[in-house]
Ligand binder design. Structure first.
Ligand code: ZN
Length: 246
């Protein structure tokens, strides 16, 4: 598939574990799509309430931090042109790829009926020698992947959703970021600065650090073998191609 220049979904859903995951990873792609008229729904499984190592804070701080981080995510999404933000309120740092989570994500996919779902890599454990992938990232990715297939498109899985009036929905593509073997590179040269501006909204996590240089380096690295100034890389699963639609 290589360089993806043409594909622009009409509706996309981005599913991530924490506020800021989306901005560190796929926000350039989402900004590109929304600029072309794609309606985007941003789903955040936890509210990131464990995201502090400040020794003056204990458990009582978590609800407050959740509110702060939800607001940061809403501000970031507004910058990216995302209309809809959904928080599922699962516990940060303790996420499992449970059937309950898969059902909740299936409900959202059937309700919003996105053409494309954007997720992390459920297989990603080690990144280089310096980063162990957060288990919440994998849990959210796994639950989301299996919500797409088979749960969303299969009528008799989660029949309680059918009883809620939510008919099956077939997602056409899944964009997986953080894959060891990407096969698709989205040109984000026009939207990388929007991505950085959105990421900067996550003040509770960034403190005084400006992530701009690191984000530009990552995007430059992804793009350089494909003659793109700045890219985001994906493994893309195509469940229904344009040709299938006829
Ligand atoms: Zn995260």
């Amino acid at each position: 598939m290589a360089v993806e220049k043409q594909f622009l979904p009409r509706r996309a859903m981005s599913i991530h574990a924490h506020p800021d995951d989306q901005e560190f990873t796929v926000a350039g792609t989402l900004a590109r799509w929304t600029a072309s008229g794609c309606e985007t729904i941003s789903v955040i499984v936890t509210s990131g309430e464990a995201g502090s190592n400040d020794p003056t804070h204990g458990a009582g701080f978590k609800p407050e931090l959740a509110r702060v981080r939800e607001q940061e995510q809403r501000s970031a999404n507004a910058i990216l042109g995302i209309q809809e933000t959904v928080f599922l309120g699962y516990p940060d740092g303790e996420l499992e790829p449970s059937l309950a989570l898969r059902r909740d994500l299936t409900r959202l996919i059937r309700r919003y009926r996105p053409e494309v779902v954007v997720i992390g890599d459920p297989q990603g454990v080690f990144y280089g020698n310096g980063y162990i992938n957060h288990p919440d990232h994998r849990a959210a990715a796994q639950a989301a992947l299996y919500a797409v297939f088979p749960s969303s498109e299969t009528r008799l899985i989660f029949t309680d959703l059918l009883a809620e009036g939510l008919a099956p929905h077939k997602v056409k593509r899944v964009y997986v970021h953080g894959s060891e073997k990407p096969d698709t590179w989205v040109d984000v040269s026009q939207t990388l600065e929007i991505k950085i501006t959105a990421l900067r909204e996550h003040v509770s996590q960034l403190g005084d650090w400006d992530p701009a240089e690191m984000i530009r380096e990552w995007a430059c690295e992804e793009g350089k073998q494909h003659d793109i100034r700045y890219a985001e890389a994906y493994k893309v699963m195509v469940m229904e191609s344009e040709e299938d639609r006829g």
